[in-house]
Design a protein around this ligand. Structure first.
Ligand SMILES: Cc1cc2nc3c(=O)[nH]c(=O)nc-3n(C[C@H](O)[C@H](O)[C@H](O)COP(=O)(O)O)c2cc1C
Length: 329
């Protein structure tokens, strides 16, 4: 089942499997996304390392970067066999590496090729196939570019579109600048929804939290949060109550960490370094007394070789229990 209303964005180097397990303990309902994986990496790389994930992560989508329909179909099938719930095609990433490989945002200029890829993936798998795109690139007219992309991929069978509501400027801006400098145009995404009433449209870009997400839901089917979810993960405790009318999985961050501890201990036993997991927790206690001491303790002790779960426990003990962020806050 595709939960449309809320998702946490694919973010390279951030939304790895450890991060996703952490996020899942704050919201049962969010769709989670992997980092973008290129078709080349999946076809030639260590699949277990790249694609393995924890059963608790469902529903979780695999995001692919690529443009060759045959390779996309192969990778979609591999993803389905691994147990992913959705395959998402990246048509929004602006980095040079991606441009050279003819995938990511530059594909906004090749809607027919994107549609061929979607059709090939739809033929290959039974799970939903979705596309994440921008409203346009460079000097494209977003009215025409987004309509052309959407029309083509929907005709090819795409089950949902996620739209980062700004252009990507492929010459002259870094990927980071491309997430901030091109202006946001939410109305453009609302208009797309109006022209495609039967296609789930998810809005993304610059959405600060759950309260803003609720406002967007008056216009579109769902909201995807990226940086706000990662940098202020405590906001996720509000997602299930405020977007789905269901209790949060845990009342406080402290309970989230208690629930996470068996996973951390299991991963440590498998040889994962503590820091690979705790690096995602920097914003966990944002605004709570003791948050700085928590961060400092992790920064100083979590990176040491052989650091164990006690480092995290000691860091949590530095946070003021009484002020823990409650799901009801
Ligand atoms: C560190 C980082 C890595 C990202 N990596 C990806 C990626 O792999 N695939 C993708 O489609 N978007 C990627 N994005 C873009 C986000 O998915 C999202 O579209 C963008 O950050 C705008 O949403 P936000 O303002 O809520 O963060 C990345 C963003 C960040 C901050």
């Amino acid at each position: 089942m595709l939960y449309r209303r809320f998702a946490i964005a694919p973010m390279m180097d951030w939304t790895d499997r450890h991060c996703r397990v952490f996020h899942r303990l704050m919201t049962r309902r969010a769709r989670l996304y992997t980092e973008m994986l290129t078709t080349g990496a999946i076809i030639h790389g260590d699949r277990q390392r790249l694609l393995g994930f924890d059963a608790s992560e469902h529903p979780v989508a695999l995001q692919l970067g690529g443009s060759d329909p045959r390779d996309l179909a192969t990778c979609a099938r591999i993803g389905e066999d691994f147990g992913y719930d959705e395959i998402n095609l990246n048509v929004g990433c602006p980095s040079d590496r991606v441009k050279d490989g003819r995938f990511g945002a530059c594909l906004m200029a090749e809607p027919e090729l994107v549609a061929d890829g979607v059709r090939a993936m739809k033929d290959a798998v039974g799970i939903p196939v979705t596309v994440k795109c921008r409203i346009g690139i460079d000097d494209q007219d977003p009215e025409l570019a987004l309509d052309a992309l959407a029309r083509n991929v929907v005709a090819a069978g795409a089950d949902m579109l996620v739209v980062h509501a700004r252009k990507a400027w492929l010459n002259g801006l870094s990927p980071k600048e491309n997430r901030d400098i091109p202006p946001l145009d939410y109305d453009r995404v609302y208009r797309l929804k109006a022209t495609l009433p039967n296609v789930p449209i998810i809005i993304n870009g610059g959405i600060a939290g759950i309260a803003q997400a609720r406002q967007h839901l008056c216009h579109v089917d769902g909201v995807m949060l990226g940086r706000a979810a990662y940098q202020e993960p405590w906001q996720l405790l509000r997602a299930d109550p405020e977007l789905f009318g269901e209790p949060a999985p845990h009342a406080t961050m402290k309970h989230v960490f208690e629930a996470l501890m068996p996973y951390i201990e299991d991963q440590l036993a498998r040889g994962t370094r503590l820091h690979s997991m705790t690096r995602h927790f920097v914003g966990a206690f944002h605004g709570v007394p003791g948050a700085r001491a928590f961060r400092r303790h992790l920064a100083e002790n979590g990176v040491r070789m052989g650091a164990g779960a006690n480092v995290l426990r000691d860091a949590i003990a530095l946070v003021d229990d009484q002020a823990m962020i409650s799901a009801a806050a």
